[in-house]
Each structure stands twice: as C-alpha cells, then as structure tokens.
Design a protein around this ligand. Structure first.
Ligand code: SF4
Ligand code: SF4
Length: 436
C-alpha cells in the first residue's frame, strides 16, 4: 500500500513538460546578483566591497546569528557593486553584484578530511560553513535543523515527494545526481548513527523509485518508500504522518515526533560540501509553464537573473501574464525578470493565461470541499467566515495558526473564495494580538 495522509488534492501535474529531459548546464551570465538574504533567519552582512576580486566559492557574506548561514560567490570575477537590488520577495535587499570573468577560478575547497570517521559536530559545522539551506523551498538553515534533531531522532526522511505541479527538479536530481544523494545519506548517518532512513518518492516517478532502490540495495538501514501522488504530500507534517504514522504536535518541530526531514537535493548539497568541499552555489531549476517556448531543467548558479533562464529556454511563446518562483500552489508571484535565482528556487513558471480567479462577489455554497481537502484537518469555511468579520478570537480557537498556507482549500473552492490569502492575514492578526 502507498503511504499517504488524510485530505489533500490531486491537481493536474503538468510534469510531463520536463520530467524526461536531462538537466542542462546553464553558462552563468556576465552579471550575478547575490542577495544577502537567501534563507530564513538573519540576513548576512557583506564581507567584500566594490572593486574586490572574488573567487568562485569564496564567502561574500556572513552573520554570527544561529539562524543564518554564510553566502558565497557562485562565479569568479570583480565585485561591481554592493547595493540593494530587487529580490524575489518583492523588496530591494542588500546584494553583492559580481561581474563574472567567465573563468570560474575556484576558491580552495574545504572538504571534511576522513569524513567517514568525523563526529556530528564537525559535520554540522562544515554544513553551516558551506551555507546549506533547505532546497525544497523553505530555505531553513540546514545546520540549525540538524542541531535541533540531535538526540531525539530515530527516523531520517529524504523528501523527494515533489508534489507541486510542474516541478521536476528533484526528480531529475534523483536520476542524474544519484551518487551525491546516496553519499549525502551516508554523511547524515554519521550525524545520526542510529537512524533508519526513508527515501520518500511519489509513485508517479517509477524511474526514480527504481534508481534509488538499485542505488541503496543491500543496506537495511535505507528504505525507499512509495507515496501516493497527492498534494501536499511533501509537506513535513504530512510526510511524517504518511511514513511513520506519528503526529507532530501543533507549533512543534519534526524532532518532537522523532523525525528529521530533508529535501533530497539538500542531501546532495551536503555530500558536495563534506566530500568535495563545495559550498551551496548552484541548484537545479525547473523552467516551465504555458508561456515558455522550451520547458527545461537547468543547472543554474545561484544569483543568475531569471531573464537568463528564459533565454536558455527559447524565450516566450506568449507574453506571460503570471510569473511564479516556486510551485503554482505555494510559490511567490514575480514582477520582473531581473530577480536572481536563490538557493531554494526550485522552479520558475511562466503562464500565458490570466489565472486570476477573483470574482466580484465570492460566495460560499457550503459544499464542504475545503474541509475535505485540508491536510491539517482545519475548518477553512468557518475560519474564512470569522476572518472576514475580523473575529480573531474565533479564528484562533479554530486553530488558524496551524494553517500551513498550502492552498489546497483555495484550489478546491467552487465559490472562488480567496481562502489561503485570508488565512495569511488572520494568522498575522492573531500573532499581533498574542504579542500585545
Ligand atoms: S491553506 Fe490552510 S486551511 Fe487551506 S487547506 Fe491548506 S492548511 Fe488547510
Ligand atoms: S469549498 Fe468554498 S464554497 Fe465550499 S464550503 Fe469551502 S469555502 Fe464554501
């Protein structure tokens, strides 16, 4: 039986556009923009200035905060500017702009010597120094996640669910960077010597399931788990429930349920950092959607403006009406092609049709489909009713803070209610009131 969870939805996957195409390496453009904020937590302070020469892999920003990671140059060249530049969040944020010399002159790599015998502390410190964050979209500093899981964890889940429509970056990583991912699992088994590992893959990727089973055959500690294809199967709480049957208590971390969940491409980045000494400076990005001429998966240096990705995919067939960084369910809308690819940018999607479903008078017809769809077992229709009347106490009592903004209820709603957006606002209001 395939592992799954209660609730969820089955959006049209659209993965056939890129799932069979090999990853193409994108030659980095002449200008690279490295924002000092590419992770959840405290932004970095630039450690270089205008006119400096930088090497590929050299640190260009750092912070002393625990929830933060250093940031590295993804090319070699000259620092053209250290100034605020447009960021995918929509704000202008401090960035190091590098004029690429096209030489990729590498900074001295710093692998962990004899990593097979290194202790957890040495490996976690090296993961921080390599600037690794979650590649699945969340961008949480990986060293902090590992540290919080030390001790209580008995299950490590390699998350390859990739449940958002269109995105196939992890699918291609499983097929083409298998050794990095399996190697990363062994590095993590040095950090957590007693864990059992589950590699979780949705059943619509049979080639990846077969590949990972072959690559891990003979090691009883590693199990490849076939998941039902359903959104949001890749969300941490749903994945833990599907694989272990355990519940993560509200407001708590996965380690409370004895689990540590890491995206598979993050695990590949861990291998490259520990064994090859390479920092987190490149990633696979799915470029897809109805407005793009030739959808592809590209191996992209962090800091590459998305205009270069469009060019590499043959431009547009139609003027895009909507640009999304990330998946269509949880990604963020973009308004410029100048924004750079970040460490957690797994996709950039371009849509020609205006998919804005806003209607003048959205009406709830009490069909209950949102309740069936909600993977957190919330009551979206009641939360919506209370939020639109600014009844924040009632919203809190209905556990609006547990809403993970997955968009499943909005997707299902025949009344075209903007449920998820309303819950984002309600969560902010409830938090403000709690702080007061
Ligand atoms: S957006 Fe929130 S309320 Fe809606 S389905 Fe997802 S978790 Fe449930
Ligand atoms: S899905 Fe939409 S219309 Fe149906 S009950 Fe929920 S909010 Fe109302």
């Amino acid at each position: 039986m395939r592992a799954s969870f209660r609730g969820g939805i089955h959006p049209d996957p659209h993965k056939e556009l890129t799932s069979k195409k090999r990853v193409e390496v994108l030659v980095p453009p002449s200008e690279i923009i490295i924002p000092m904020s590419m992770h959840i937590g405290v932004p970095c302070t630039p450690t270089v200035k205008k006119g400096d020469t930088v090497l590929m892999g050299q640190k260009v920003g750092d912070s002393t905060a625990f929830i933060s990671v250093p940031i590295h140059a993804s090319v070699s060249g000259t620092v053209k500017a250290v100034e605020p530049r447009l960021h995918p969040s929509g704000a202008k944020l401090m960035s190091v702009v590098i004029e690429n010399d096209g030489l990729d002159t590498l900074c001295e790599p710093t692998p962990v010597p004899d990593w097979e015998h290194a202790d957890a502390e040495t490996i976690i410190r090296a993961i921080r120094e390599a600037g690794i964050v979650g590649h699945g979209g969340a961008a949480f500093p990986t060293h902090a996640k590992l540290r919080s899981a030390l001790g209580p964890v008995d299950t490590l889940i390699a998350n390859a669910a990739e449940c958002e429509p269109y995105i196939t970056a992890d699918h291609r990583a499983l097929l083409e960077y298998t050794d990095d991912i399996v190697g990363g699992l062994y590095v993590l088994m040095r950090v957590f010597p007693n864990v059992r590992v589950s590699v979780a893959i949705e059943h619509n990727k049979p080639d990846a399931i077969a590949m990972m089973k072959r690559a891990t055959r003979g090691d009883e500690r590693i199990n490849v788990v076939e998941l039902e294809t359903k959104y949001p199967q890749g969300s941490e709480k749903q994945l833990i429930r599907a694989i272990t049957g355990r519940e993560v208590p509200p407001g708590k971390l996965p380690s409370e349920a004895g689990c540590c969940v890491l995206n598979v491409d993050t695990i590949g980045a861990i291998y490259r950092a520990i064994v090859n000494g390479m920092p987190d400076i490149r990633r696979i990005v799915t470029v897809s959607g109805s407005a793009i001429a030739v959808p592809k998966n590209l191996l992209v240096r962090v800091g590459t403006p998305i205009s270069a990705l469009v060019e590499a995919c043959g431009g547009f067939t139609d003027q895009p009406q909507k640009i999304i960084m990330g998946g269509p369910m949880m990604g963020s809308a973009q308004f410029s092609l100048d924004v750079p690819v970040l460490k957690a940018s797994n996709a950039v999607l371009f849509f020609s049709e205006n998919e804005d479903r806003r209607v003048k008078t959205p009406v709830c017809i009490r069909c209950g489909r949102c309740i069936e769809a909600c993977p957190m077992r919330l009551l979206p229709t009641y939360m919506y009713m209370n939020a639109t009347h600014e009844r924040w106490n009632e919203c809190e009592a209905l556990n609006v803070l547990d809403c993970m903004e997955c968009g499943a209820c909005t997707y299902e709603c025949p009344g075209s209610l903007h449920l998820t957006q309303t819950f984002c606002v309600a969560k902010a209001r409830v938090m403000e009131r709690r702080k007061k």
